[in-house]
Design a protein around this ligand. Structure first.
Ligand code: AMP
Length: 223
């Protein structure tokens, strides 16, 4: 059977991370999330993390050279050989072109780019209410509150708001998305790879749509 090589595209807070978790329950894919890789580098204080932190805190994109270097090794690694799920990359046309080159080198094709469509007002509501535990568990003050306000259900540690989830930074990240990332919609549409999903539905409904889309793609690949 053909490998699934997928990109999840959409504004910050559209549900890409949540749906990535669901897809990984169904499919054995290497999960490559540049935001997670960068946050880990920041937490470890590596040179890459030090370089990336100021861009991330300001809601800006980390420069393409940094990201492309980071992702190149990961795509070539053994576990990515049987299919991958890219979350948060590519975010610029330059990154998409670099990805095309890397895929050609590894003789791989993209299967699809799944776009989660959510209007800006909804994004602001979703992200500004997001709280995370030290272990990375994600809550929402309105939609998915912890049992005790401000405290992680599992380990009792205080929940925090990520610097880049503060309302002013969210608006900046949305502006950056519209300016630098949304041109990728046309880029992948022209290549016949784009699959649009209504990201305003409930996580379970979005999951069903994603599953339906992937099932169709797999059927088509087998013929
Ligand atoms: P995310 O968790 O995907 O929303 O990423 C958090 C932050 O990491 C972003 O706001 C950017 O500053 C940075 N970042 C993540 N992925 C990329 C990328 N592909 N290109 C540039 N910056 C990125």
């Amino acid at each position: 059977m053909a490998d699934l090589n997928l990109i999840l595209l959409g504004p910050p807070g559209a549900g890409k991370g949540t749906q990535a978790e669901r897809i990984r329950e169904d499919e054995d894919l290497a999960y490559i999330a540049t935001g997670d890789m960068l946050r880990q580098a920041v937490a470890e204080g590596t040179p890459l993390g030090v370089q990336a932190k100021s861009f991330m805190d300001a809601g800006d994109l980390v420069p393409d050279e940094v990201i492309i270097g980071m992702i190149g090794d990961r795509l070539g690694s053994a576990d990515a050989r049987d299919g991958f799920l890219l979350d948060g990359f590519p975010r610029t046309i330059g990154q998409a072109e670099a990805l095309d080159v890397a895929l050609r080198q590894h003789e791989r094709d993209l299967t699809a780019v799944v776009l989660f469509e959510v209007p800006d007002e909804e994004i602001v509501r979703r992200i500004s209410g997001r709280r995370v535990s030290a272990a990375g568990r994600v809550y929402h003050v309105e939609f998915d509150p912890p049992k005790t306000e401000g405290i992680d259900d599992i380990d009792g540690t205080p929940l925090i708001q990520r610097d880049d989830d503060r309302p002013d930074t969210v608006l900046k990240r949305l502006a950056v998305y519209h300016d630098q990332t949304s041109p990728l919609i046309g880029y992948y549409e022209e290549r016949g790879l784009l699959q649009r999903i209504d990201g305003t539905l409930s996580p379970a409904e979005v999951r069903d749509h994603v599953r339906g889309t992937l099932a169709t793609l797999k059927r088509e690949a087998d013929f």
